[in-house]
Structure formats: C-alpha cells, structure tokens
Design a binder for this molecule. Sequence first.
Ligand SMILES: Nc1ncnc2c1ncn2[C@@H]1O[C@H](COP(=O)(O)OP(=O)(O)OP(=O)(O)O)[C@@H](O)[C@H]1O
Length: 310
Amino acid sequence: MTQNAIEIRDLQKTYGGGRKEPAKHALKGIDLDIPAGSIFGLLGPNGAGKSTMINIMAGLVTKSSGNVKIWGFDQDSNPRQSRAAIGVMPQELNLDPFFTPRGALEVQAGLYGVPKSQRYSDEILEMVGLTDKAEAYARTLSGGMRRRLLLGKALVHRPQILVLDEPTAGVDIELRQMLWSNIRKLNNDHGTTIILTTHYLEEAEEMCDEIAIINQGTLVTRDSTANLLGQIDAKTMVIDPASPPTQLPQAQGISVERRSDGTLALSYHAQETSAEQVLEAVHAAGILIRDVKTEQADLEDVFLKLTAKP
Ligand SMILES: Nc1ncnc2c1ncn2[C@@H]1O[C@H](COP(=O)(O)OP(=O)(O)OP(=O)(O)O)[C@@H](O)[C@H]1O
C-alpha cells in the first residue's frame, strides 16, 4: 500500500474561454498529499475549484499543467492504473433511464473491464439498499435511490480511493445517514480512502480526519480537523444566573451578551484571558451561578476566518 493515496504537485487548470468569455484560471498551483486510508474533506466556497480538482483526479477533466499521482501511479505515464484506483460518485444524477440498477452496475463493470467472475453486483445492491429494486427501471427510482445507485456504480471496480462530490447535498436525513454509514464501513472494513467535497461544515467536522480548504484556486490550509478547530481560540462561556443580574460582569478582554433565555454569554480569547478570570468577573458582579457551560468554535468559524476576503 502506498503511503499517500493522492499526490498533487503544482496543479494548474485554466478553462479555455470562448470568444465572449475570458479564460478562467480555476486552479493556480495546488500541492496536496492525501494519506491512504483517510477520510479527507475538500472544502471551499462556490467556485473555489473543488469540482475541477476532483474531476482531474478522476481523469474526467484534463489538467493544464502539474503532476498528479493516484495510488502511486502517475496520471500521465500510467493513465490506466491511475484511473482503475479511483471511483467517483458524481453530483448530478446522470443515470440512463432505461437501465435497471443491476444492469447499470453490470454495464459500469464492463466499462472498467471487470471480468464477469469478479463482479459483485448483488453485494453492491445489498450494501446500498437496492436489492428489492434490482430490476426496476432507473426512471422509476426516487432521487435518493438514484444517488445510492451512483454510489454503487463508483464501486464496481473495487477502487482503493472513492471520491464523492457533495454526496449529501439536498438529501434527507435518513438517506444522509445511510450514505454516511456506507462510507464509514468502506473506510473501516476495506481501508478505502474517501475524498469528499461538502458544503456542510458539520458533516466535515464529524466525518473527516483531515481537511483541505481551497479558495479561488489556491490551497488556503490543510490540516487535521482537530488542529483546524484548535486554531480558533475564541471561546464563549454561558452562565445561567441564579437570579436576574443587577449588573453585568466587566473586565478587559471579555464581552458580555444577555441572551433571551436569561443566560449571559461571555466571549473571550483563551490565549489572553483564562476561564478563571471570566469566573472572577462574574463573581465580582455579584452574580450567583446556577449552571455554566462553554461553547467551542466550530469549523464554520475556521472556514470564515480562512476564506475571508482581505
Ligand atoms: N467547463 C468550464 N468552463 C469554464 N469555466 C469553468 C468550467 N468549469 C468550472 N469553471 C470555472 O472554474 C471555477 C472553479 O469551478 P469549480 O466547479 O471547480 O468550483 P467548485 O469549488 O467545485 O464550486 P461549487 O461548490 O460551486 O461546485 C469557477 O469559476 C467556474 O466558473
């Protein structure tokens, strides 16, 4: 097994531009390693270049320059092996309406040159919960079922790397949970490296070991989810006072907000102010504390900080 599932060096992409449209420099020299066996999140605002990047990895878009290795295979010198190592679940529900789920999986396996004896369509159907729809026409499937079939199609050649472009955009909670448990299982049981783009920061926070944030075609940061969250030292302590306070706590470095539920939210920076100092300010204001909790920064704060326009 290679150490990195993906190795990208100085990756650039410029879309041609037509007579009316100017050329678009969508990727401006990206360097990125994605460790084998990880669940890796690719985040960024709309138009950041996420789809361009994963489509290049998948061999669906041609890069302008740079170097991409998939599972140790250079895309230029080993196009066949690098393509065989990766499976993609696209964003659009582009299914042939006249194929049944089983038919679609078989055709896809054929396209990847998987011999009949090595196909495992029944197992895939079972995994994505489509066994009882195996013979139904794709046009009769619900949106959720189509999405699950797309996941199944990405798996026919048993890729070491699975790429998911916005896998849970617009799906209901039940389907989202099913997709996530499928994805976790692939990662746990088969060691499949998972790369996903998502707009749901909560989802990235929960699922991803590591995260890269790209903005305007440039890599802004790449770190473990825990380290990224640690970067933000803004903290909030929420005090539930035993009785309505007559005066508010006052101290340097602490800002206080009265919330509609009667609690007081005290915001501070952990590097400058300690929790002890915040509590002292509360006591100094004569407030008796009935309950206290702290609120941590979430990925959204990190994301906004890193992609904020200068
Ligand atoms: N085929 C294309 N021709 C011209 N420009 C394109 C093409 N595809 C993408 N772009 C442009 O390249 C930039 C990056 O687009 P891309 O789709 O990779 O972003 P994204 O981060 O995936 O965004 P989203 O979250 O909206 O899908 C955008 O400015 C987009 O308009």
